[in-house]
Design a protein around this ligand. Structure first.
Ligand SMILES: Cc1ncc(COP(=O)(O)O)c(C=O)c1O
Length: 635
């Protein structure tokens, strides 16, 4: 494995000091007895704050900056700008007597400018970088595996021994690889700490994650953000209460309302019917709901959405806080937001109390690996731990925990440069796809519903929505053609778009193949080119709520047919109250929530969707024989 390189900048207008430090530190690093364990170092000197900032933006290998507070007169400003560009950088301030207090409010390490002990300075820099680069859980797991202990404990496959020599299942062992099995351990192995009551290596890993993501505390979740959302809603509203929530939120939020008897105040999401996207909720609508519900305990918003929209969160969170309402932001799709200035500020930086992130969606963790970040000043850790443990298996996957540790390290050490690469790839994909003349990557202006024009909503550049309507093919046909003829699997489709997700795992060869596929498909399309008409009915508006989701879901219900004779709508459905969550997939956003009145437009939407046979699944629709039934509250 290649040894990583760390660049360290020395910022001073004094040429003598710059030379003394870069020569001295360089020599220390060459003579470092621990060099074989760590990264390589290179010391770069710059003579102004502006150049230091430029270096931070241009040099992805930069890990630490040493600022001479005597000659760099705007050192405080530089600290703030460096942190805004690269939150992860380790900053050192070399001060003289009486200067230390100036920097007390900043998260920096102080150095004595007149101290000539270069070894000491080198060790301080080295140890700060090594701290961020450490993976306490993943290292302990690796060491345990290599210590080759005999297993007389769960899991029953015992490090893979139950499969390895079996004539029937050894092939599975071989395909998965030995480490899938020998890292699959249990809480019996005490050196690996306990996810449910962490005190050692898991706690240390979570503390490092809190530092990296800018949280007060971070908790690992091994059942995805679906569970993380439920944990937080249980924690804040477990005994009931009001929650103001985006109608187009993930279904786990609706599930939490059912589980905990929460009264949801639904915010109608904006809609871009032309492309089948739900957008964010207009700011004014959120403020009105907050004003009308001063007794609400929680505001929940999704930022960014599946399609990449993210809110200008600060004014919204401030507004909720001024009225005593806690804020949960679902950042399932935005775990990378902290690590590149083009993507910041993220929810924690805007003041959210709780943030959930699917580390597995955009970063390098295994599926189901998520994090909860907490910044709530009234946080009750003991109660939270109980709430979290109610949803946590007592047999969590250790490889998943290790992957959270490693994903955090990666973002802390190379997140900035990796994301810069992703942004560049996204840009090249954009122009390459647009060049086909048939397919077009949508811009924010194309995607944003008009009512959000002045809300400061932005678009995550890593999520590309491609308009395929000029191709003469449906999105499903195109998805299939990409898969079968070009070996490309995309993220999702709507009736006339397909979404491509650029992640840290996107490579140049994948870019090449994707662009080649679009070019070839465009060449075919141009012969038949005609705009595909939509065969999906427009998404309907939200209707009234009559009963708490929990009461509707668990109360008495009957099943009634959606379809009447001659394929028409069964009028009995209209005005009934849904007992289930009914979710067309894609886009995976409910059109009916338990307790919601089934309006004529929602019923017709479902009927048309059901008849359209365009491949959209309708979760929550009971299909029995030839009948499509809806479960509704008994009158
Ligand atoms: C907005 C949002 N929140 C939460 C989730 C659930 O995340 P996970 O798959 O980690 O359970 C998803 C999943 O797609 C999502 O889109």
């Amino acid at each position: 494995m290649r040894k990583p390189m760390s660049h360290v900048a020395i910022v001073s207008t004094s040429a003598t000091l710059r030379e003394r430090w870069s020569d001295g530190l360089g020599e220390c690093s060459r003579n470092d007895p621990a060099a074989s364990n760590s990264c390589k170092f290179s010391f770069v000197s710059v003579d102004s704050a502006a150049r230091a900032l430029q270096l931070a933006v241009e040099d992805g290998l930069l890990q630490a900056v040493i600022i001479d507070a005597v000659t760099i007169t705007d050192a405080e400003e530089l600290i703030v700008s460096l942190k805004a560009a690269r939150a992860e950088l380790d900053l050192f301030i070399a001060v003289e007597h009486g200067q230390a207090d100036t920097f007390a409010a900043h998260s920096v390490e102080l150095l004595d400018r007149n101290d000539d002990n270069m070894n000491q300075l080198f060790r301080q820099v080295q140890s700060a970088i090594a701290h961020r680069a450490s993976t306490p859980f993943a290292d302990t797991l690796r060491d345990y595996v290599y210590s080759a202990k005999d297993a007389w404990h769960t899991p029953g496959h015992s490090g893979g021994d139950s499969l390895r020599d079996s004539p029937w299942v050894a092939d599975f062992h071989q395909m998965m690889g030995e480490h899938i099995f020998n890292t699959d351990l249990s809480v019996s192995v005490q050196v690996l700490d306990s996810l449910l009551e962490p005190h050692s290596v898991i706690q240390e890993a979570q503390d490092l994650a809190a530092e990296a993501f800018g949280a007060r505390e971070t908790f690992y979740v091994t059942n995805g953000t679906s569970t993380a959302n439920k944990v937080i809603i249980q924690h804040l509203l477990g005994a009931g209460g009001k929650m103001i929530v985006d109608q187009a939120c993930h279904k786990s939020i609706h599930h939490a309302a059912i589980l905990f008897g929460v009264e949801p105040i639904y915010l109608q999401a904006s809609l871009k019917a032309e492309y089948g996207f739900y957008g964010p909720v207009p700011k004014a609508r959120i403020f009105t709901a907050i004003d009308a519900n001063p007794d609400a305990g929680l505001l929940v918003l999704t930022s960014c959405t599946y399609d990449g929209f993210y809110y200008d969160l600060k004014p919204i969170i401030d507004y909720a806080h001024q009225r005593g309402i806690k804020v949960l932001i679902d950042e399932a799709w935005y775990a990378h937001g902290r690590f590149h200035p083009e993507l910041r500020p993220n929810a924690l930086e805007c003041g959210a109390d709780y943030v959930t992130q699917s580390t597995h969606k955009m970063l390098s963790a295994f599926s189901q690996a998520s994090m909860i970040h907490v910044a709530d000043p009234d946080f009750n850790e003991h109660r939270f731990r109980e709430d979290l443990n109610m949803h946590t298996s007592t047999s969590p996957q250790y490889a998943m925990i290790a992957s959270l540790d490693v994903a955090r390290k990666q973002m802390s050490m190379e997140g900035y440069s990796q994301l810069q690469r992703c942004i560049d790839i996204a840009q090249r994909l954009r122009s390459g796809i647009n060049k086909t003349g048939v397919f077009r990557v949508l811009e924010l202006e194309d995607m944003l519903p008009c009512e959000l024009a002045d809300d400061g909503v932005r678009l995550d550049p890593s999520k590309l929505s491609v308009d395929i309507s000029a191709s003469g093919m449906s999105a499903r046909e195109l998805q299939l053609a990409l898969f079968e003829s070009y070996g490309v699997q995309v993220e999702k489709v709507t009736h006339n778009t397909l979404s491509v997700l650029v992640t840290l795992g996107s490579t140049e060869s994948k870019v090449l193949r994707l662009l080649n596929a679009f070019q070839k498909l465009a060449a075919k399309a141009s012969r038949t080119s005609e705009t595909v008409r939509r065969n999906v009915p427009p998404l309907p508006k939200l209707s009234a709520f009559h009963i708490l989701p929990r009461d509707a879901y668990f109360g008495k219900a009957v099943e009634i047919a959606l379809v009447a004779e001659q394929h028409g709508l069964n009028e009995a459905v209209v005005g009934a109250v849904s007992a289930d969550l009914v979710v067309p997939y894609p886009p995976g956003i409910p059109v009916l929530i338990p307790g919601q009145e089934i309006s004529e437009s929602i019923a017709s939407f479902l009927l048309n969707l059901y008849h359209s046979k365009n491949g959209t699944e309708i979760h929550g629709l009971v299909e029995r024989g030839d009948s499509a039934l809806l479960r509704v509250v008994e009158r």
